[in-house]
Design a protein around this ligand. Structure first.
Ligand code: ZN
Length: 108
């Protein structure tokens, strides 16, 4: 990672940008629906990464851990991993693109 994206900034993005809001933006019609599980509420929908057949709901978001995972493409991780996978960019660009949108992706 480039030097001028500080660890503090990365931590801020990971902490403040909610995967569920970003996924909702990316998904559009991916139709995220809530699902009760023993670990709490999860959201499940069609994968926005378009790396595989998306007829199945393989994409899940865990709001409490603020993470995501897709059992179709086996990608997952934090908010930065989602931006990198979707935009096909490096860490620096993924972090930078959130800096202007944090107020909108922070949630209520
Ligand atoms: Zn996927």
């Amino acid at each position: 990672m480039d030097q001028y994206i500080s660890r503090d900034l990365i931590a801020k993005v990971k902490d403040e940008v909610k995967v569920i809001y970003y996924a909702d933006l990316l998904c559009g019609a991916c139709d995220l629906a809530s699902l009760e599980s023993p670990e709490g509420i999860r959201w499940i929908g069609h994968c926005p990464l378009r790396l595989h057949d998306v007829r199945m709901r393989t994409f899940t978001v865990g709001p409490e851990a603020n993470t995501w995972y897709c059992s179709g493409c086996r990608h997952g991780g934090d908010i930065i991993a989602l931006a990198k996978a979707y935009l096909r960019v490096n860490d620096e660009y993924a972090v930078a693109q959130f800096l202007v949108s944090i107020p909108f992706l922070r949630g209520a």
